[in-house]
Design a protein around this ligand. Structure first.
Ligand code: 4NP
Length: 169
């Protein structure tokens, strides 16, 4: 079982979109039995809220489902999840600060998987932006997710040892 968690600040814009896109890949590839997927925020502002209406619009325009209520990261996430993908370097810094002694999760920056990143390490926060900014976030998350699944075969670990070495943050 591959247990995957996406993390941003508020858990209403980027990480629920990442969760929806990743779940759609898993569904399309027929891999549901091999994955558990969720998202969380580092902040508490929006606990219990639905995703931002612009995230919902962008995802539904691609005929994908999005069903998530915001939650904040908890310490048990660092042992329950194997792979935690942070949306930006601030999120990653918070995760590293919280990381417990018994933690087992591997931390990553999602943007490192985007072949079109041009050296950028972040999925830009679209909260104070426009619908177009949310569409850009979608494109980033979609190409990063496609890269993550390159070479994946049913029953494999999500990332190879080589990829772990290369991408681990
Ligand atoms: P997210 O976006 O981290 O992608 O969910 C944000 C959502 C809310 C806020 C900031 C970013 N906020 O300041 O409330």
């Amino acid at each position: 079982m591959n247990k995957v968690l996406f993390v941003c600040l508020g858990n209403i814009c980027r990480s629920p979109m990442a969760e929806a896109i990743f779940k759609n890949y898993v569904f399309r590839l027929g891999l549901k039995e091999y994955f558990e997927i969720d998202s969380a925020g580092t902040a508490a502002y929006h606990i219990g809220s639905k995703p931002d209406k612009r995230t919902i619009e962008v995802v539904q325009n691609k005929s994908m489902e999005i069903k998530h209520l915001a939650r904040q990261i908890v310490l048990s996430d660092f042992t329950s999840y194997e792979y935690i993908f942070a949306m930006d370097t601030n999120n990653l810094a918070v995760l590293k600060n919280l990381y417990p002694l018994n933690g087992t999760a591997k931390l990553f920056l999602m943007r490192k998987f985007d072949p079109n990143a041009n050296g950028s390490l972040i999925v830009p926060d679209p909260y104070y932006g426009t619908l177009e900014d949310f569409q850009k976030v979608y494109e980033i998350l979609d190409s990063a997710t496609a890269r993550i699944f390159e070479g994946y075969k049913p029953g494999d670990s999500l990332l190879t040892e080589q990829e772990l070495d290369f991408f681990k943050s």
